[in-house]
Design a protein around this ligand. Structure first.
Ligand code: GLN
Length: 485
């Protein structure tokens, strides 16, 4: 019998409908893999009993022909999504013991479509990081690791590692500055950050509210389309969620890309860009051209300021969002002689170094004397970056870039993990998209000389995920990438 954990969602759905196997068998296969691959540290909380219970109910619905779009499909959930009655930590000590009394909108939609949750997945603390190493539970390990353990990327490192290792059929992720795309690239899987507003943020623990977006990480482009259709949609509980109708993204797959204009931003190829990544970028453009797409050079001149603007705006919003963790209302409390001491003790013990760094930067740039010089200026730069994209999309339909400037690096790496600035520089290709609120997908393009996956990013116009899916499915077919198994 085939290993059920190798099936895509589309294939598993078929198999379930055709009675080749049951939802219980499918769930059991994933649970076995979760046990076997526990050293990857992808899950921070496993819920196999609930999963098996739900699988039984799914099976009855499938047999009655009344199943939803994801009926019986086992998923992993990033531990940033509130799940009713199941511990939710954001991988921070400060939320130890927090059991949400409510369900996030995105996970509620997945449940309503019949999906089955296997557990909660590892991430950088409060989604702040690019390697999953800031997690209070320790880093998720990249399943592609050879001699030394490699990072799975971040912040959705647990999600990407779990999908790559067959520990769930697909996973939820969130992306504030690259956290769906970069770990997808590092682990050889596919992920899409939709347009800001496409998915409700209700019940997702906030990092930087004007940037945070939920999206799927899955085995391929089609599975991302299936997942996103369920996850997206307007929600009265999130005033920033968009009223736009949610298309059937699967319809966009496999279409003819003749005449599709692919923009290549000239500023994204600095001297010193990793040669293998540059070569794959050219190859990806050539693959799309082969299928009839037109390659056009575009300019995004303000990109060089994107990292600086992002690392002012994101910490500013984080410092404000994280003010609520005071030891009084949530999670961990460390008592003190006075109220102020209790706040200080709780926050000192509860937050890790990266989170503290961001709170300090954020509070600084928002303080009265520096607001205009940093925060306001960063907001102005953000507008210029957005305008660059609007101009660029006058002459192209999607934009092609690498997802990250490196492949996965070693856990604890001297230059990356030990130096916060180098870690932040790894977001160079992803943050401008986040600042502009645009949709972007990462898909695997091939392996580097060390046998590690590299990702390509396809960026689209606001609310035009369909064209992103169309271009991505063409590139995926051409690249013929085979995932880790
Ligand atoms: N690496 C980026 C950061 O640390 C992005 C994180 C994210 O998208 N959540 O802010």
């Amino acid at each position: 019998m085939t290993d059920l954990t190798e099936l895509t969602i589309a294939e598993a759905r078929e198999g379930l409908r055709n009675k080749e196997f049951t939802a219980t068998e499918l769930t059991e296969s994933y649970i076995q893999n979760m046990e076997k691959k526990r050293p990857l540290n992808a899950y921070v909380c496993e819920t196999p009993e609930q999963a098996l219970e739900r699988a039984k109910a799914s099976q009855s619905r499938i047999e009655a022909g009344s199943g939803g779009d994801l009926e019986g499909i086992p998923l992993g959930i990033k531990d940033l999504f509130c799940t009713k009655g199941i511990a939710t930590t954001a991988c921070s000590k400060i939320l130890q013991g927090f059991i949400p009394p409510y369900e996030s909108t995105v996970t509620a939609k997945l449940l309503a479509a019949g999906a089955n949750f296997l557990g909660k997945l590892n991430l950088d603390e409060f989604a702040m990081g690019g390697s999953n190493e800031t997690s209070a539970f320790g880093p998720a390990v990249n399943p592609w690791s050879k001699d030394v353990p490699l990072v799975a990327g971040g912040s959705s490192g647990g999600s990407a590692a779990a999908v790559a290792a067959g520990m769930c059929a697909a996973a939820t992720g969130t992306d504030t500055g690259g956290s769906i795309r970069q770990p997808s690239a590092f682990c050889g899987v596919t992920g899409i950050k939709p347009t800001y507003g496409r998915c409700s943020r209700y019940g997702i623990i906030a990092f930087a509210s004007s940037l945070d977006q939920a999206g799927p990480i899955a085995k391929d482009v089609r599975d991302c389309a299936i997942m996103l259709k369920v996850m997206a949609g307007h929600d009265a509980k999130d005033a920033t969620s968009a009223k736009n109708a949610v298309p059937d993204f699967e319809q966009a797959l496999g279409g003819d890309i003749r005449g599709l204009r692919i923009g290549i931003p000239k500023e994204y190829r600095p001297a010193g860009l990793n040669e293998e990544i540059a070569a794959y970028w050219d190859k990806a453009a050539a693959m799309l051209k082969d299928k009839g797409a037109e390659i056009v050079e575009i300019s995004l001149p303000h990109t060089k300021y994107a990292l600086a603007a992002y690392y002012i705006i994101a910490p500013a919003e984080a410092s404000s969002n994280l003010a609520r963790y005071d030891g009084l209302r949530y999670g961990n409390r460390v008592d003190g002689a006075h109220l102020d001491d209790m706040y200080i003790n709780s926050r000192t013990a509860g937050f890790g170094a990266e989170v503290k760094r961001r709170i300090m930067i954020g509070t600084y740039v928002l303080s009265a004397g520096y607001y205009d010089a940093y925060y306001l200026k960063a907001q102005k730069v953000r507008r210029l970056i957005r305008d660059d994209f609007v101009k660029a999309f006058a002459s192209c339909d999607v934009i092609l870039t690498p997802t990250a400037p490196t492949a996965a690096f070693a856990i604890g790496d001297e230059t990356m993990s030990q130096d916060p600035i180098n870690m932040w520089l790894n977001d160079v290709f992803t943050v401008s998209v986040s600042l502009a609120g645009l949709p972007a997908m990462s898909l695997p393009i091939g392996l580097n000389k060390d046998g590690l996956p590299l990702g390509m990013q396809i960026i689209g116009r606001a609310f035009d995920e369909e064209t992103v899916f169309k271009a991505a499915s063409a590139l995926e077919k051409q690249a013929g990438f085979k995932g880790v198994k």
